[in-house]
Design a protein around this ligand. Sequence first.
Ligand SMILES: *[C@@H]1O[C@H](CO)[C@@H](O)[C@H](O)[C@H]1NC(C)=O
Ligand SMILES: *[C@@H]1O[C@H](CO)[C@@H](O)[C@H](O)[C@H]1NC(C)=O
Ligand SMILES: *[C@@H]1O[C@H](CO)[C@@H](O)[C@H](O)[C@H]1NC(C)=O
Length: 357
Amino acid sequence: MLNRKNLSSSIWKWVYCKRYVFRSFNKFNVVSSCLFIMLTVIYGCIYLYKAIPPVIIDENTNIGLKDSDGACDLYDGTWVVDENYPLYNASQCPFAESSFNCLANGRRDDRYLKWRWKPNNCDIPRFDVGVVLEKLRGKRVVFVGDSLSRTQWESMICLLMNGVSDKTSVYEMNGNKISKKIRYLGVRFSSYNLTLEFYRSVFLVRIGSVPKHSPKRVRSTIKLDELDIVSSKWIDSDILMFNTGHWWNRAKLFEIGCYFKVNGRLKLGMSTMAAYTTALNTWASWVENMVDTDRTRVFFRTFEGSHWSGQNGHTCNVTQNPLVQSKSEYSEYRSQFSDIIKEVVNNMSPLVLTWSP
Ligand SMILES: *[C@@H]1O[C@H](CO)[C@@H](O)[C@H](O)[C@H]1NC(C)=O
Ligand SMILES: *[C@@H]1O[C@H](CO)[C@@H](O)[C@H](O)[C@H]1NC(C)=O
Ligand SMILES: *[C@@H]1O[C@H](CO)[C@@H](O)[C@H](O)[C@H]1NC(C)=O
């Protein structure tokens, strides 16, 4: 149970820890974030499951997971151009952040919106919003992570809104507006008794206090052995989607005075990658101990492209093509973060990893 006093002091520390970061974020030209839309589709997804098929795939189609019946490896394929895409118009979706709406921000070409994933040995049925909405009726879908998770949550809402005639029946439950810093957003599709929620938790683990007698440079800590204080709110859901990675770097940690803590002790010399591994292991035991995996399907997104590009990460190299066109090119772009995610997930029990490029 959440203790109100703990919660508010922890949020305060969290805000303190992040304040410096957002100042530099605001300097970015929002228009350059266009790159995101293409990059959202270039992500890998690790699906943890226990003898249940994924929710969006119909049992009657010929699609199966490789590990369950060998029917089709969904991850072995290529991106193809599909003139019937995109599936929604961001300008008509109130939940699409305007800074990520490339066309509205002046981009002229639109082929980057038309990429569709094509597995080599089967076809993924076209996204049928009516079918998906029915499958999600009465469900609670929760996205947890950083801005890449938030923008994916937005896309999912925009995809689903196309199937709802009364747009006013879809609303943010607390009347909140989407912003970079917001900690929680929950959108309700009232005619489907469906909620899609986003929890901003860029590290997934908890922000901690500064131990007494710490060096001056320590202004905040990240407790690698405890999950985010709001994690109890994630448990009671049907689909849980996680990501973390882009905040695990020196500029977003040490340079603003955030250091790691394990077992109540400061770990000043710990590398970000070692810390990332520890945090993911904390996450994995949390899933094993707290989540009812018979009910909740848990996903972890592997590391994906950032909103930005270039040396300083402040520019946008507007590209037309997917970063990786097919599975065979993947090895060139493998990231250390994804390798750690795969290793941690592989060691989880009783969950089964369904993807291994
Ligand atoms: C998207 O919606 C906007 C606003 O309604 C409209 O001006 C634009 O033409 C639409 N784009 C497409 C490709 O339909
Ligand atoms: C809505 O869904 C919840 C489960 O998420 C269920 O407990 C509740 O009974 C449903 N309400 C209606 C009106 O169907
Ligand atoms: C921009 O992207 C293209 C590939 O799409 C690449 O060849 C080029 O090096 C990139 N430029 C920068 C500055 O990143």
